[in-house]
Ligand binder design. Sequence first.
Ligand SMILES: [Zn+2]
Length: 87
Amino acid sequence: MRQTNSFNEKRECPFCGKKDLKKPYWRHVQSEHPEEFSGNIEIWKQLYKDYRSAGMTEEISILAISELFNKSEEAVRDYLVKEKVLT
Ligand SMILES: [Zn+2]
């Protein structure tokens, strides 16, 4: 069970300029630019949206991000609320 709409969006990597990233762009950043990835809190927003559109619950999405970035769930939730991704 997976929706493909937002996953197929073509994007350009902001770090190496690689074009036509077919997978979610954060996945490329995660594997190719791990340092930038872990320091880029803005990716949380995109991750959260991707997880939600893939059918994951709010709670699971936040948990997944917190584990990926080694942050507390509270920190992730606070950020998403501040960015108005989460209400
Ligand atoms: Zn890149």
